[in-house]
Design a protein around this ligand. Structure first.
Ligand SMILES: Cc1cc2nc3c(=O)[nH]c(=O)nc-3n(C[C@H](O)[C@H](O)[C@H](O)COP(=O)(O)O)c2cc1C
Length: 182
């Protein structure tokens, strides 16, 4: 199964990127997860939407060709980071590549609340008319990783907390079933 992972942080030591990389490796037997490059996307410009830059075309094509998308994002000021919203805005016009696309969302923060406010905003964005993704329903499926700084091995750059990994394993299986049920 082909999955695109979109990470809502472009900082070098991003915890959310560490989760994405952990997932690429941990689930490689069952999923081919490719991490999208959103750093190279320019600011969304409606004047450019009919003939967007190559980076936008590649980003949109990768989503169009994927069986599903996993969005892994921090919370910035109680919402999603601008880089993630910018990426999603590109996908919402002309070829609307998220239409009916199975999407799972998760997020991590060193804080207590596990990105819950960002996740709620993200869910609203994902059902906007231009996006209309098929989002994994929240009941029991929210992956909110709090105090993430205590759950990673900074040297290895990966999640090592067993409880978190076991929960992630179970939710990934739920997402695979969700994709297959399309
Ligand atoms: C501009 C900004 C706003 C932030 N706002 C929040 C917030 O609303 N909630 C939260 O839990 N953490 C917030 N944080 C802390 C982030 O969770 C923390 O920097 C985290 O490591 C970012 O994710 P990353 O490691 O994947 O880059 C904020 C950080 C920045 C830089």
């Amino acid at each position: 199964m082909k999955i695109v992972a979109i990470v809502g942080s472009i900082r070098k030591d991003s915890y959310n990127m560490q989760i994405a990389k952990t997932m690429v490796e941990r689930y490689k037997e069952k999923l081919n997860i490719e991490i999208a490059d959103i750093r190279s996307l320019p600011y969304f410009d409606q004047d450019e939407e009919l003939n967007p830059p190559q980076s936008v075309k590649e980003f949109k094509d990768s989503i169009a060709n994927a069986d599903g998308v996993i969005i892994i994002t921090p919370e910035y000021n109680w919402s999603v980071p601008g880089v993630l919203k910018n990426a999603l805005d590109w996908t919402s016009r002309v070829e609307r590549v998220f239409l009916n696309k199975p999407v799972m969302t998760l997020g991590a923060t060193p804080g207590q609340m596990g990105t819950i406010r960002a996740q709620l905003h993200l869910r609203e964005i994902l059902v906007a008319p231009g996006i209309q993704a098929r989002v994994l329903p929240p009941g029991g499926n929210e992956v909110l990783i709090n105090m993430v700084n205590q759950k990673v091995d900074e040297a290895k750059g990966e999640i090592v907390d067993e409880t978190t990994l076991n929960f992630l394993d179970s939710k990934i299986n739920t997402f695979i079933d969700f994709i297959k049920s399309n």
